[in-house]
Design a protein. Sequence first.
Length: 144
Amino acid sequence: MIANENGEGVDRRDFMLASAGAFGAAAALIAGPAQAHTANAPASTETSSKIVTVYTGDVIGGKKVISSLDVNDLEAGQKHHLYFQGVETPTGQHWYVSVTVARGAKAGKRVVLTSGVHGDEMSSIHTVQTVINQLDPAKISMPP
């Protein structure tokens, strides 16, 4: 049993199920077009509108900043290094995530590589960077 500051308990199994449910919701969001959402952004009621790549106009470390990404907007046969502007924090700043897109030159399937940091694991970030650095977009496939 896990207790909060009020002494109320949460069963460990309920916590795990809630965590799994939250992970499933996050995975469903990742599967769709990438788009940042902020508290100040108007809610869209139009579900059939096409998501396009939106550049914020900012550049961080030589990388353009985007708030929405449609891979089809990027030039084929090249690697594109971007920052994705995520949610706005309570202090008014945004989270930024480094994104590399290797858009293939030929028709085919797509793959997504993601990584994060846990203190007791090998660096998955280094693994993803190693794989991306070895890709030649001119020789790989892209979605039809």
